[in-house]
Write a protein that binds this ligand. Structure first.
Ligand SMILES: [Cu+2]
Length: 178
């Protein structure tokens, strides 16, 4: 029985790692794409006429709109009492934005038993606390650069994530051009 438990946990861990690697790769690719696009039009930073096919890929000094999807999940089959930690976590747990972006977060509590919250302190001061099997969509602006922790108020220390706010995309482009 215990073998099964740890086997399951390892599998889940691998899946989680694979997901994170995949997400990282996607983020890298999209970042590279926008940088390459900007470099191929060095004189047109101001004139990116929203190629409306993919609004999330466009960027300018005012920031862009980013939609993120956040889900609750739980590692199955582990003994929370024995380990002394909750089995709950967020997936994904890392979001990357540029300063000035408008972030729309779609938060889904997929747990049939427990409440889960998305809580982030100043300067954001958001506390979305969802009943089981509920979801919420909320929008906020990415402020100063930094790494901001978000967490669930009732499942610590495992249920945490990070919002990474990079410099405005135009500054990144300028830095790359040098
Ligand atoms: Cu929770």
């Amino acid at each position: 029985m215990q073998n099964n438990i740890w086997h399951d946990k390892t599998l889940t861990g691998k899946m989680k790692t694979a997901t994170i690697v995949l997400l990282s790769a996607l983020i890298s690719v999209s970042t590279l794409t926008s940088v390459v696009h900007a470099q191929s039009n060095p004189s047109s930073v101001q004139s990116q006429k929203g190629s409306s096919s993919d609004p999330s890929a466009s960027s300018n000094a005012l920031g862009s709109n980013k939609s993120f999807y956040l889900f609750t999940d739980e590692i199955e089959g582990i003994n929370e009492t024995k380990l002394g930690i909750p089995a709950d976590y967020y997936i994904p747990s890392i979001f990357v934005a540029n300063k000035g972006d408008s972030i729309t977060m779609h938060f889904y509590n997929l747990d049939g038993d427990d409440r889960h919250s998305f809580t982030i302190r100043a300067p954001y001061n958001i506390n979305e606390d969802l009943a089981p099997m509920h979801n919420a969509t909320f929008t906020f602006k990415a402020g100063n650069e930094g790494v901001y922790k978000f967490y669930d108020t009732s499942h610590q220390p495992t249920m945490t994530g990070q919002l990474i706010v990079l410099p405005p995309s135009t500054e990144l482009t300028a830095a790359t051009d040098k």
